[in-house]
Design a protein around this ligand. Structure first.
Ligand SMILES: Cc1cc2nc3c(=O)[nH]c(=O)nc-3n(C[C@H](O)[C@H](O)[C@H](O)COP(=O)(O)O)c2cc1C
Length: 357
């Protein structure tokens, strides 16, 4: 790893920020204490909610950690398409005995207020999803001693991340669970996104800043592979969804390895932006016509997802998961880091002996 990263976390393992209550402070603390980099997800929270989690995390660990922000989205959604989708979801609302949410409940995710908190109360790392922050934002974070990571899904996006002055690019392959962090919402949901190993190699030849690789990584041998391809560390989401400390709904954890959920798909059904989830009834029924309207669709479906969780119905939940979900291991997060580090070491030994399994 580059020294800027090894100083922060000795093992090349980043626990992905996971909005929606998954990457709680207990999870981030366990990962950072084990020598990885734990992350909090500020997405969908208020600025104060984010601040309270940071304070809680600081009480749990003295190790470095990161906080993730969503970039505000441009006004591109067609209100008529959102309206049509609301009509298509009416049957869900009556089935779960709830109302649909207000699609206009806010588009900027409280970005400016969250940045203000992070500038007043600096944290070691801030990462950004869904775009590139302005250079002034990155400069301001640097002035308070914060490193900046930004997601890219193509080599072109990675160049934009480097041009903006960020310290690290997170190369996110199409295998990744949750939302694709494309800078603009142009990705088709047909799987035409770039696979991680191709992406890391392309990004390596396009930028000079360190790369963190994300998407489908569940074993230490895969971390060895992306590092051999040019990444300095790997960011794992789905692997940590299953960890004991993760705040994921029990149904979400169980679904990762339940043979009834055989595959994942990129879908706009829950949020209006392509995100990878286990294919359940909701994805099958509504994915084919869900409009490109983020975050309006996220707000629209929020009460449905809440009601499905309350009813214990995994068929109505957003079961975010990467392509490696069947390999999830239900372990304490610190132990998961240790196992990954041991697998990484043996894969590196095998690679240097020229005979990886
Ligand atoms: C449940 C879940 C929630 C996620 N939420 C966020 C988020 O809030 N911010 C973010 O930058 N990435 C988020 N991601 C994407 C991860 O950063 C990462 O790209 C992905 O988990 C890597 O693929 P994997 O899940 O196969 O390991 C999320 C992923 C999952 C599985």
């Amino acid at each position: 790893m580059s020294s800027v990263l090894t100083d922060l976390f000795p093992h090349p393992i980043v626990q992905a920020p996971m909005a929606g209550g998954v990457s709680v402070p207990q999870l981030a603390a366990a990962v950072s204490d084990a020598g990885g980099l734990g992350f909090l997800a500020a997405g969908y929270k208020t600025a104060d909610g984010m601040y309270q989690e940071i304070k809680q995390l600081r009480g749990l660990t003295s190790r470095p950690f990161g906080v993730n922000l969503f970039l505000p989205q441009p006004e591109t959604a067609d209100p008529a398409a959102v309206d049509v989708y609301a009509h298509q979801l009416a049957g869900e609302a009556s089935w779960y005995e709830t109302e649909l949410g207000d699609p206009e409940s806010g588009r900027d995710d409280g970005y400016d207020a969250k940045l203000a908190v992070l500038l007043d109360n600096p944290v070691p790392v801030v990462s950004f999803h869904f775009g590139v922050p302005a250079r002034e934002v990155i400069d301001a974070l640097h002035r308070v001693g914060t490193l900046t990571f930004v997601t890219a899904t193509t080599a072109e996006e990675a160049r934009a991340v480097e041009r903006a002055g960020a310290d690290v690019v997170i190369a996110q392959g199409v295998e990744a669970g949750g939302h694709q962090g494309t800078h603009r919402d142009l990705l088709e949901t047909d799987g035409s996104g770039i696979g991680l190993l191709s992406l890391v190699a392309q990004v390596r030849e396009s930028v000079g800043i360190p790369i963190v690789a994300a998407g489908g990584i569940m074993r230490g041998g895969q971390i060895a592979a992306v590092c051999a391809a040019g990444a300095r560390a790997a960011q794992l989401g789905t692997a940590f969804v299953a960890a004991h400390e993760s705040g994921a709904h029990a149904l979400h954890k169980q679904a990762l390895t339940n043979p009834l959920f055989a595959r994942t798909e990129l879908t706009r059904a829950f949020s209006g932006r392509p995100a990878r989830a286990l294919v359940n009834r909701f994805v099958r029924e509504h994915g084919p016509y869900a409009p490109a309207a983020y975050p309006q669709v996220h707000h629209l479906t929020a009460p449905l997802r809440k009601a499905a969780a309350k009813a214990g119905d995994a068929q109505g939940l957003a079961l975010w998961a990467g392509q490696g979900h069947r390999m999830a291991r239900e372990l304490p997060a610190g132990q998961l880091v240790e196992v990954l580090v041991a697998e990484l070491a043996s894969a590196r030994t095998a690679l240097s002996a020229g005979g990886a399994r």
